[in-house]
Write a protein that binds this ligand. Sequence first.
Ligand SMILES: [Ca+2]
Ligand SMILES: [Ca+2]
Length: 635
Amino acid sequence: MTGGNTVYADVRENEPRADGYRHIDTPALVGKLKALGLNTYVYGIWDSPTDWDDLRTEFAPAAAAAGIRIWVYVVPPSECLDSPIPHESGRCSRPYKLDFVTWAREIAALSLQYPNIVAWAIDDFIIGANGDLFTQDYMQQIVDSQDAVNRRLGFYTTAYFPEATNPEFYERFAPYIDGIVYPYLGRSGNTQDPDAVRANVEEILRHTEPRGLGVLLLLYTGRFLDASLPPTETYVAQTIHNALPYVRNKRILGIDAYGLPMADRPSITADNRAAHGIGRFNVSLSPFVTTEPGQYAQAEQRVAVDPRARKHVLSFADFDWYYGNLGNSGTHVKQVLVNGEVAWESDVADAGGHSYAQRSVDLTDALRGTHSATIALRVLERQGATDFPLDIGFDDVRAEGFSIRNGGFEHETDWRITANNDRLLPSIDLYAPDRPARIREAVAVSMRGLPYIGGPMPPEPPTDGYRTDNRAMYGDGRLSISVPERTAVDAGRCASATQTVRADPAAPRYELSFWDYDQYAKSEAASGKLVKRVLVDGFEAYRHDVGDLWEYTWMNGESGQGPIDVSRFLDGKTSATLTFQLCTTAPITDLAVDVGFDTVETIGFTVEEPGFEAPGPWTTSSTDPALSAAVRTAG
Ligand SMILES: [Ca+2]
Ligand SMILES: [Ca+2]
């Protein structure tokens, strides 16, 4: 299924139809589902106001003919960005929006026409303020509305592990629902650990089975925004392998491959977070996960030492993406240990951190006269944290006077990867440019119960500088609008990239889609100072604070935003200006930022170099010398 968090599940037609919308490509989608051997599709009504009609008139009958069952998914208030001002409106389940009594009736009616529609679900019942809407009285109205038309249609809601194992959740909702959709996130809000399936599912079934409720396991096969690393093909295959016995013995309803990449787009370029090559040692910690002092994760190896060497030196590169300006020191610490003794350490709140830094540790005294030693790269929780996520990288490990194997972490050998807890997740993180295709194959093979064996990862060509310097979404280029560290900029200054675009004056509507990226989220220190803006013919079509969700993540505006209707700015015009901008809204003294824009897509007008792979027609300017805009290409 498609929905929140995802990057291009690619189920739409390339070109807009006469109404100016890109519709669901039903023949292609049905064909891919058949080719992958999938028997059910969870159809999300969210991305486009045309989704419901595409389901009614095209997908439901085609899926029926192909023997594919359908679950219909609609969203609660927290995911409905609806405004009477078109360019401020975003994704929502349309046309009935938050009228779930009508959704219940209409989906039930459609399920009578197409009995392959077997269930419907509402996302996130009790996340945020959603619970205020779904009172017991309202739940009863929804159920009555559905049952008056089709009592056999299933009705479900999403329940994350804390709700899915909470008796109060069931006391409140069990009378109204047929079961839950459980998003599997390991033990600590991640898409890296497949090994908690059995423990988590068993615990959930202790609540659902006595109540006669069904469980659909939702597996993230595309990114989850509250996880530090996106899922890999081996994670997907192993999680399916662990869940499949529950499907076979009918204790769970099935496995929903959420965000399954359906087309052959490449991986996001910025997902390669190695210093060089495709691999690094990573320790990640998801948002909202609590850690305790003394918890650690590490990569360790036994090394042979030349006892006669004049010098023993360990060098490496590391990053943590935190910059000292946000404070919070004393929580997470990067360390090098030699024979269990700390030989080097750096707090993630130390200066630097936005990119890899080269380190050199003199171990001459520690290793003199010895023949072997244990070297460990460790991330230690000095103090516990509750919402201080991490994505730490170590790479380019080299030694003088002793030997290091696989110091570039280009494969999963030589290092012993361990943790003394299930919060900090250590791994050798390998980037595959064709990960979407690998994940699709892993799903197709594993759902059949067969073992998935991925091919070798293709190597990356050598790069100048660090691999992480290339933060493009796709390709090797993006728009970069940046301020350096320790640099003051007054309020009201802007840097921009602009081009004059050709518009079709007779287009039925005009749409602008783009993706943006920055380094900050949720930090008070970064909020209210820098704003990302997009102007269409001088009118502000988009405005978002740099402190918005999420950090280090390419977003389509934001999760609820998606493509923007810019018809009011372009209707009847043959040309207009398009401007991407970063502006200060308050004075800053030390708030280094490098905002990215990439992957511009339009309906009703044409943008040159929409992927910023070359400067082309983009004109950059700035009203402050410390604030600069540039089309930045790496290669
Ligand atoms: Ca590497
Ligand atoms: Ca690009």
